[in-house]
Write a protein that binds this ligand. Structure first.
Ligand code: BES
Ligand code: MN
Ligand code: ZN
Length: 510
């Protein structure tokens, strides 16, 4: 999708469709009898005039994602005018705007419209935030997961061109225009990286083996100028990654340890961020095999790793001055004659012994060694992302990802980044009391405990391997895959956590 900035008056723009946000200015607790007070978010009187009749008819309520399409709007050069509802003006922010842009894309592409212009609602969101938000939302909305449909090419309905309209820009200084152009390009990088991650996650396990994932990382790294090393079983054994290998040993597909390094000149040497991703390209559960119902979804069990690869892509292009290393532990989790069995004891890279109670609790095993390796490489702060537990879905549903943090200061930084990125996440606890559950009769710890507080147990287990290095764990099991389509996004891989992580990394820039 082509993206351009325009400073012309919206009414003068020749486009297939001009998209304008409408907001409801009425207060929350107003009595129901009152009509919503709708504003059409453009300073161009001709645009407001064109929308006037349909707005005063009461057809437009301003409700979030409500769309109203007008053809040949009077007084405008645009062929169509699309009004998209943004809900209450009071609570409208860049996060809502991002979703509206996605919803506009999805509405228009289903009508075979290929290009449109989106007017930045400047009185609600400043252009510096609005421009990247619109780009990000539009790219996310343009993603189509139907990769293997044989009629994909004929049916390929995508938006080719997006114009972002900031009319005030004309009076702005040259510097403002340049800053907005940069903001648009940055939004594009983040959005394309998010879709890059969704690409990887969308692939089924026969087309995204650990080896193929390593190849995709290598290819991306070469394109953006990142250092990428990929290793197989030999290196995993040589590093004594007994927990990672315990999972990998049951599969005929070789595992892959993917290391991506970003080390810019001028970065402070006291900060070295480590991003660790779970990339189980298919999770059968192993000998503790999962039920058949829904097992096909376990192709997305590599989403944490795919997210970290996507984050590194964005970082390499945005070039913040901070050292970052990503470690992705890729493997299948299979039952076989070579597979690990319940009761087996594995010695992790850190030297700690683990009694395997349930071979389906495999993500924490691969991450245990990934976190240890990141510390060995000198990372001063760790973040991991993983589709780790069904229990986080019980706790937070499909809405919020779970955040766990061992360090309040680091959490605060992440929370700020997360707010900027407009992704839904919620912090869960890591009290010492939970540590009891880790006890094993035979080894230092078990890999699985009781059903209760399962997401916390998994995080407590990981904490044993992050040790005293400040660490954040993101459990994205319920949010990495959209169970149903939403107005702004298709059913399928979501790319959750990438934007927050990119913001987080940028926040460390020295
Ligand atoms: N990959 C799963 C977690 C998962 C569940 C991801 C649902 C996406 C959607 C993980 O490896 C797993 O199987 N966890 C078990 C742990 C249990 C055996 C202690 C779980 O959550 O049931
Ligand atoms: Mn599992
Ligand atoms: Zn898993």
């Amino acid at each position: 999708m082509n993206t351009t900035l325009s400073s012309s008056a919206p009414s003068q723009l020749e486009t297939d469709c001009l998209v304008v946000v409408v907001l409801d200015q009425s207060e929350k607790d107003q009595s129901k009898k009152d009509k919503p007070a709708i504003t059409v978010e453009s300073s161009d009187t001709a645009v407001r005039e064109a929308a006037k009749d349909v707005v005063s008819s009461g057809e437009v309520t301003g409700k979030t994602f409500e769309t109203t399409l007008l053809h040949r709007p009077a007084g405008l050069k645009a062929k169509r005018l699309l009004l998209v509802g943004g809900g209450k003006a009071k609570t409208f922010s860049a996060a809502e705007l991002r979703k509206l842009a996605g919803a506009a894309v999805r509405t228009l592409k289903s009508k075979s419209i290929r290009s449109f212009a989106f007017v930045v609602p400047e009185s609600a969101v400043p252009a510096s935030q609005g421009v990247p938000a619109i780009v990000e939302g539009a790219f996310v909305g343009n993603f189509d997961p139907g990769y293997y449909k044989s009629d994909r090419n004929e049916k390929d309905q995508k938006i080719d061109a997006l114009t972002i309209v900031v009319p005030g820009n004309a009076q702005g200084t040259q510097g403002d225009a340049k800053a907005l152009e940069n903001a648009m390009q940055a939004g594009r990088i983040v959005a394309e990286s998010q879709n890059f991650t969704r690409d990887l996650v969308n692939e089924p396990s026969n087309r995204m083996t650990p080896t193929m994932m390593a190849e995709r990382a290598k290819k991306m790294a070469a394109e953006v100028g990142l250092n990428c090393e990929t290793y197989g079983a030999d290196k995993i054994k040589q590093l004594k990654m007994g927990a990672f290998w315990g999972v990998a040993q049951g599969s005929d597909e070789p595992p892959a340890l993917i290391v991506l390094r970003y080390d810019p000149v001028g970065a402070a040497d006291k900060v070295h961020l480590g991003l660790v991703g779970k990339a189980v390209t298919f999770d059968t559960g192993g000998i503790s095999i999962k039920p058949a119902d829904g097992m096909e979804k376990m192709k997305y069990d590599m989403a944490g790793g795919a997210t970290m690869i996507g984050v590194m892509r964005a970082i390499a292009l945005l070039k913040p001055k901070v050292k970052v290393t990503a470690i992705i532990c890729a493997t299948e989790n299979m039952p076989s004659g070579k597979a690990q069995k319940p009761g087996d004891v594995q010695i992790a890279m850190s030297g700690k012994s683990i009694e395997i109670i349930n071979t389906d609790a495999e993500g924490r095993l691969v991450l245990a060694d990934g976190l240890c390796y990141a510390r060995q490489l000198g990372c001063t702060h760790l973040v991991d992302a993983a589709t780790l537990t069904g229990a986080v879905v019980v706790a937070l549903g499909y809405v919020n990802a779970g955040i766990f943090a061992s360090d309040d200061q680091m959490y605060q930084r992440f929370a700020n980044a997360n707010k900027q990125a407009g992704e839904k996440m919620w912090r869960l606890p890591l009290d010492d009391e939970y540590k009891e559950n880790l006890k094993s009769n035979i080894a230092d710890m078990v890999n699985a405990g009781s059903r209760w507080g399962g997401a916390i147990f998994a995080a407590m287990f990981l904490k044993e391997f992050a040790e005293d290095t400040p660490w954040i764990h993101l459990d994205i099991a319920g949010t990495a895959w959209m169970e149903e389509a939403k107005p702004w996004i298709a059913k399928g891989p979501s790319g959750i956590a990438l934007r927050s992580l990119v913001e987080f990394v940028k926040g460390w820039e020295s």
